[in-house]
Ligand binder design. Structure first.
Ligand code: NDP
Ligand code: 8X3
Length: 256
């Protein structure tokens, strides 16, 4: 297997798709810079990955905090500064209601995390890629950024923004030798729905009942694929769905 010895930075690496991506990119040989708010989970992941032979650096980061984002990247040890792959994965949905009954606090959190956080991190990392004339940015969008669904409203809006921003990034970074990809998953069973329903695990479980949902590893596998293409190839975007989910709002569930 080809071994990539560069650095991959993954936001939201404490669980779900981000954590699975860390494991997948470790297998490709990347050194891993892992960021999230829950430092204890990052430390546990570091230990596990180091036992597999990985080199790992973790830092606590809330991507909504612009000052903290700038600080984390500017204060990295010299040997961790040259980021080759950035996976903008940190994100969340909060709430599931009609927009006219929605909680504006939820809207702020989703917009600040999914859109502004992605921008702050990419603004901090991309100048180094431009200076080295290489790099790969992988933004995690969603099927919710391709199709709207009832009660998806603001979350869908943030993911449509991720889709548009990714396309702009690709246009503006192409002349600097940088690849830009978006990955748009359908239903993946992670902590996503537990977060969306504010800790209600039994309600979250119902989202994935009666069909074979995607796993975090399925998305990590796709990220591994896009970053390991020959340098002249850019996979612009992948929309990855469970077979039973033909569109955002349509899931074929087996009767129990
Ligand atoms: P998880 O809830 O399991 O993971 C979300 C990750 O984002 C966690 O590591 C969390 O870490 C991190 N995160 C959330 N807010 C912040 C913040 N303010 N600063 C830094 N990190 C943050 O869900 P998924 O793995 O499913 O979600 C990953 C991405 O995939 C998200 O962008 C989501 O929108 C997207 N997605 C998910 C789908 C699904 O069905 N699961 C489908 C399509 C897209 P911590 O709490 O420690 O900060
Ligand atoms: C997560 C998938 O369909 O819940 O982005 O919006 S969905």
């Amino acid at each position: 297997m080809v071994k990539y010895n560069g650095i991959a930075c993954i936001t939201g690496a404490s669980s779900g798709i981000g954590l699975a991506t860390a494991k997948a990119l470790q297998k490709l040989g990347y050194r891993l810079l892992l960021l999230a708010r829950r430092l204890e989970l990052l430390e546990a992941a570091k230990l596990e990955l180091e036992n597999l032979g990985a080199k790992v650096y973790v830092a606590q980061l809330d991507v909504r905090d612009r000052v903290a984002v700038t600080h984390v990247f500017s204060s990295l040890p010299e040997e961790w500064k040259c980021i080759d792959v950035l996976v903008n994965n940190a994100g969340l949905a909060l709430g599931f209601s009609k927009f006219y009954e929605g909680d504006p606090e939820h809207w702020d959190t989703m917009i600040d995390t999914n859109v502004k956080g992605l921008l702050y991190v990419t603004r901090a990392v991309s100048p180094g890629m431009i200076a080295r004339n290489s790099g790969h940015i992988v933004n995690i969008g969603s099927i919710a950024g391709k199709e709207v669904y009832d009660k998806g409203n603001i979350y869908c809006g943030t993911k449509f923004a991720v889709d548009a921003i990714t396309k702009s990034m690709r246009i503006e970074l192409a002349e600097h030798g940088i690849r830009v990809t978006s990955i748009h998953p359908g239903a993946v069973e992670t902590e996503f729905s537990i977060v969306r329903f504010e800790g209600d695990a039994s309600r979250a479980k119902t989202v994935y009942e009666g069909f074979d949902n995607l796993l975090a590893e399925d998305i990590a596998d796709a990220i591994e694929y896009v970053v390991s293409r020959k340098p002249h190839i850019n996979i612009n975007e992948l929309v990855i769905m469970p077979q039973a989910q033909a569109s955002a709002g349509s899931i074929i569930r087996k009767k129990v």
